[in-house]
Design a protein around this ligand. Structure first.
Ligand code: HMG
Ligand code: MG
Length: 296
């Protein structure tokens, strides 16, 4: 198992996109800056998507500007060329396009088929290359879909290869509804790493069924070293009914540090950022480690 693991903090985007509360731009900036201060230097801070589709991500341009003095890597989601223009206008250096392994979720989430979404991403990725902007690729529903049920690894493999061939530097595998188990996560990583090198894959596991940390451990054993997580275990997608949060960053950090893998994250500062945003949204963090530390 590698002792070099990279954490991509997705709390300000995935974490807040589906909250009941509309978190203000100022609070999203404060949250992102708090996470940065805790040592999380790669943070997904927002989305340039339709405000009708995801109202909670309105003002992502201001959030991005509110952190752009910091020496970190700040990612934003982009579904199409309109989103690309917004991301470029604020000076984003890394964007993420997001496809699905299943047709049902693709239709619900971005209102097109998987093939159509790839066609939409092509000009985005071409323009990003020309502008020197890096593109990350997400695949949702890699271990199950809320609309179509089981998802075969082959469907994920095909989309992963396409995104990688188009120029995505990394493909993040999203268990959007958190239904995976370690053996399935392992099987999936083995299959996908046959077409995209393992060092270009990331694990984006939601914790709906309490399996995320176990799935990550299985992925680490397979040699995957990039983990998407959200402070406090925040998260969910408006188009994935019933899905709960991402794996909590505190839980990931606790596990890695406990295994002797340095993360560079200061737990106390991370907990402070998590508690701050928890107050804003009016509910305690669901991350086990955050709950345990708060109960001390
Ligand atoms: P559509 O309705 O088919 O698009 O939506 P359209 O091109 O017909 O445009 C409709 C309206 O949206 C128009 O405005 C456009 O201007 C506007 P109107 O004329 O009606 O006033 N519009 C935009 N506005 C701002 N920024 C844009 C943009 N594009 C169009 N970029 C669309 C298609 C993709 C736009 C829409 O479905 C959408 O924005 N979806 C985003 C959904 C989303 O953000 N979901 C959450 C992120 S994915 C996720 O959470 C999973 C992940 O975490 C991995 C995992 O967990 O597995 C990544
Ligand atoms: Mg997600």
């Amino acid at each position: 198992m590698s002792d070099q693991v990279r954490i991509i903090e997705v709390g300000p985007r995935d974490g807040l996109q589906n909250e009941k509360a509309q978190v203000s731009v100022a609070d999203r900036i404060a949250f992102s800056r708090g996470l940065f201060a805790a040592g999380l230097h790669t943070i997904e801070v927002g989305s340039f998507v339709s405000p009708k589709a995801v109202p909670k991500m309105q003002g992502s341009d201001e959030v991005f500007r509110g952190v752009s003095d910091l020496p970190g890597e700040f990612h934003v989601l982009v579904p199409n060329e309109k989103g690309y223009e917004g991301a470029r206008a604020v000076g984003a250096k890394v964007i993420a396009v997001f496809a699905s392994a299943s047709e049902g979720f693709s239709r619900a989430n971005i209102n097109c088929t998987v093939a159509e979404s790839i066609e939409r991403f092509k000009p985005v990725i071409e323009r990003a290359k020309a502008d020197g902007i890096k593109v990350r690729g997400y695949i949702s529903c890699v271990l199950g879909c809320p609309y179509d049920g089981d998802v075969a690894p082959k469907a994920v493999v095909d989309v992963a290869k396409t995104l990688s061939d188009l120029g995505c530097y990394e493909v993040s595998l999203g268990d959007t509804i958190g239904v995976g188990t370690p053996s399935k996560a392992r099987e999936l990583l083995r299959a996908v790493s046959g077409v995209v090198p393992m060092d270009q894959l990331a694990m984006h596991f939601h914790d709906t069924y309490g399996q995320a940390l176990a799935n990550i451990y299985a992925g680490l054993e397979e040699g995957c070293t990039v983990i998407d997580s959200a402070a406090g275990g925040l998260g969910g997608c408006p188009y994935a009914p019933g899905a709960t949060g991402n794996v909590g960053t505190e839980d990931v950090v606790y596990m890695l540090e406990g295994m002797g893998i340095a993360t560079g994250v200061d737990m106390e500062k991370l907990l402070a950022a998590t508690n701050q945003i928890s107050q804003v949204i009016g509910r305690p963090p669901v991350s086990r480690v955050a709950s345990a530390l708060n109960a001390k």
